[in-house]
Ligand binder design. Structure first.
Ligand SMILES: O=C(CO)COP(=O)(O)O
Length: 252
């Protein structure tokens, strides 16, 4: 049975006030939800401790990025071990904003996946094509290549810590969402790539991200290969985030 996950990536947004108002509200509203969804909050790293305290074990917590190294003279960086030590269960790896704005390469993404898994974090590996790549008919090739490189060093016993988030770059923060059918097609392609690599593909959760909102989440989550969402803007509002969590169909 694949995990159903709804993760909120706050990006560089929020404040202590937001943590205090949002996390408790989300926690109490999700307490009555019985559709098996695992909610994850991924705040800026400085707020991780506050979110962990407010989440009180009811909501998982993640970081948005980790370093390629374990420790040392890397000013400004945060290691996977530190995130784990601070109460995180997850790390995003290779978000398109890291790739595009900070030049993160497929090689670095692969190293970060190794670091996350070795530290006991679940890695939410982000992949996705740009609009140019989609219009050139290369979306599936690009995404398959990103997946192959990102998981190239995953050990046989580590797949249960791997989650993949398909986030088409052109759908992030734009209000444009991939249709549920297009998203499903890419998720099926990702699962086929994982299978071809010998991974237990049917047990790996695949999330969709890119302008997921309360009103489009149900159609996306109804797709057979979409196991949840990675939510940006809508995760900064408790009601929207909870509505997205509620949109997950119950286990049958
Ligand atoms: O990048 C995203 C989540 O990681 C998606 O962001 P939006 O939901 O704001 O489009």
């Amino acid at each position: 049975m694949r995990r159903k996950i709804v993760a909120g990536n706050w990006k560089m947004n929020g404040s202590k006030d937001l943590v205090n108002s949002l996390v408790g509200q989300i926690r109490s509203e999700l307490a009555s939800l019985d559709n098996g969804v695992e909610a994850v909050i991924i705040p800026p790293a400085l707020f991780v401790g506050d979110v962990v305290r407010q989440a009180d074990g009811q909501i998982a917590v993640g970081v948005q990025n980790i370093a390629c190294w374990d420790s040392g003279a890397y000013t400004g960086e945060i290691s996977a071990g530190m995130a784990k030590d601070s109460g995180c269960g997850y790390s995003l790896v290779g978000h398109s904003e890291r790739r595009q704005l900070f030049g993160e390469t497929d090689e670095q993404v692969s190293v970060k996946v190794v670091k996350a898994l070795a530290s006991g974090l679940d890695a939410v590996i982000c992949v996705g094509e740009t609009l140019d790549e989609r219009e050139a008919g290369k979306a599936e090739d690009v995404v398959s290549g990103q997946v192959r490189k990102a998981v190239s060093e995953v050990g046989a016993g580590q797949w249960q810590q791997v989650v993949i988030a398909y986030e088409p770059v052109w759908a992030i923060g734009t209000g444009k969402t991939a249709t549920a059918e297009d998203a499903q097609a890419m998720h099926a392609a990702i699962r086929a790539v994982l299978k071809s690599l010998g991974a237990p593909a049917d047990e790996i959760s695949l999330l969709y991200g890119g302008s997921v909102k309360a009103d489009n989440a149900a159609a996306l989550f109804a797709q057979p290969d979409i196991d949840g969402g990675l939510i940006g803007g809508a995760s900064l509002n408790a009601e929207d985030f909870v509505s997205i969590c509620r949109a997950m169909p119950g286990r049958s």
